[in-house]
Design a binder for this molecule. Structure first.
Ligand code: SDX
Length: 441
């Protein structure tokens, strides 16, 4: 890499030179180093200097922003939040501590954690009128449809915290969203089964509260199983944030227009719903159930490899991880812990998942394409074991990811270089032509 006095970005004067053979001209573009991971080529002036755009459908190697929240090394299978490896956080921290850190500088001390948990706990109720929104849905509506609608409506109930330029309001909104998502999600489930809504309780932890709102009924006490609560908290922690994934990028793009944070997060919920993204956990369980018995695994592996067949193995492959998703490893271990702790001696779907993984990881197709289990492959088995209905799996992902969405949104709003997101394109349509009068067409 040459060094040029011209290049000056991100504390480095390294640059790359692009030679445009259509004009014979060469152009220098600054190379920006991060604190770790690949450097980025700053192409902000590319069009001005060359008259060309870049072309990268799916943004496979395009950096959309600078961030200090989460780092992924796809080749090494590394995920860390502000320098802490996800395995370390899963073992020694919890979801509330991670939420605090993603909104602040570091993990909280005891006093900071206690204050943060108190704030979140005391924001967990929703406006009573929001309950009427649920009545507008068919009982059989997918809970994610309800989440999109209700979360999108929150800005109508909290006009006091949508001024995105006010740091106090940004913080209140972040607290409100983290606190209210479990309540909204549990209500979506209760509505779908015709049971009364259960109010949050301030004497329960975040995960306990969610489980209580999901499974308690007014007619009886519902003691939350601590094993289930611990597994729930770990699942929330593992899904909290994941760099610039599709739903987070959607939140950033929506937020870059100045749309309020509730509306931006609702856009993220909609993006997460797709089976290629957050909808995969629900699709994995349905796939494992469809496979049904281990002897049918080869048939499905062959279908996944068949270029003529649309079928893909849900829970396998990832845009960034070309190694094992570290979250999948933690979840696989948690699977066995939770099943043992709940006394579930035999879970047929886990048997199929383990054998499917073994077969796929030995298969040349999966090896060559670097397809490994991702976060969704085992999460559904734990969720099923703790009694979660399959239709709620992606809702759980949305609840957990809300902290990532709002932390990334807040980081973008507070980034002095932030601007309206507006990608360009390669136009291959008709060139200029005149309209022919209707009677002559
Ligand atoms: C999440 O981005 C994130 O960080 C997301 C996430 C997060 O925390 O936010 O990690 C959460 O979304 C996890 C991913 C959940 N999705 C699934 O499990 C659905 C199944 N996976 C695939 O749809 C796929 O792997 C994607 C969409 C996840 C990634 O696909 P890419 O990066 O667009 O890569 P690709 O589709 O071009 O695949 C590369 C090749 C292709 O073959 P060729 O065209 O080169 O011949 O691998 C094949 C694909 O056909 N392939 C698969 C496969 N995944 C990719 N073949 C069979 N089964 C699969 N699962």
């Amino acid at each position: 890499m040459a060094k040029s006095p011209a290049a000056n970005s991100g504390g480095s004067n390294e640059y790359v030179t692009l030679t445009d053979h259509s004009t014979g001209k060469s152009h220098d573009f600054p190379l920006m180093p991060g604190s770790t991971g690949p450097k980025v080529i700053n192409i902000g002036k590319l069009y001005g200097q060359t008259g060309h755009f870049t072309y990268d459908p799916g943004f496979t190697c395009t950096g959309a922003c600078e961030s200090k929240l989460t780092y992924i090394d796809g080749e090494a299978g590394i995920l860390m939040h502000k320098g802490y490896m996800i395995e370390d956080l899963a073992e020694h921290s919890d979801y509330m501590e991670l939420c605090y850190m993603l909104l602040n500088d570091d993990l909280p001390n005891k006093a900071e954690k206690a204050e943060f948990v108190k704030i979140i706990t005391e924001h967990s109720m929703i406006h009573e009128q929001l309950k009427t929104f649920y009545d507008g849905f068919r009982r059989g509506a997918h809970p994610m449809a309800i989440m999109c609608g209700v979360v999108g409506a929150l800005s109508a109930f909290y006009p006091d915290s949508i001024d995105i330029l006010d740091p106090v309001q940004r913080k209140i909104t972040a607290h409100r969203l983290v606190a209210k998502m479990p309540t909204i999600g549990a209500m979506a489930y209760k509505y779908s089964i015709g049971q009364p809504f259960i109010y949050p309780r301030n004497d329960l932890t975040y995960a306990e509260n969610f489980l209580h709102m999901m499974f308690a009924v007014p007619a009886a006490e519902y003691p939350v199983n601590p094993v289930v609560a611990k597994a729930m908290d770990r699942i929330f922690l593992l899904h909290a944030d994941h760099e610039q994934n599709a739903s987070t990028s959607t939140v950033r793009l929506a937020g870059s227009t100045g749309a309020n944070p509730f509306a931006s997060v609702a856009a993220g919920i909609a993006a997460l719903w797709g089976p290629a993204h957050g909808g995969a956990n629900e699709a994995v369980i349905n796939m494992l159930a469809e496979i049904g018995t281990p002897d049918r695994i080869p048939e499905y592996v062959d279908k996944a490899k068949d270029p003529e067949d649309e079928f893909r193995l849900f829970g396998f492959g990832h845009r960034v991880y070309k190694n094992y998703d570290p979250r999948a490893k933690v979840l696989q271990e948690s699977c066995h812990e939770v099943l043992n702790a709940l006394g579930i001696e035999h879970e047929p779907l886990l048997d199929i998942a383990v054998q499917l993984e073994e077969m796929a990881l030995k298969d040349e197709y999966f090896i060559e394409k670097k397809l490994f289990p991702n976060v969704d492959f085992y999460s559904g088995i734990i969720l099923k074991a703790i009694g979660m209905p399959t239709t709620m799996f992606t809702v759980l992902f949305a609840i957990a990811r809300t902290i990532g969405w709002i932390a990334q949104w807040k980081e973008m709003i507070e980034d002095p270089t932030q601007k309206l997101g507006r990608p360009r394109q390669l136009y291959t349509g008709a060139t200029e032509r005149s309209v022919v009068a209707l009677h002559k067409r």
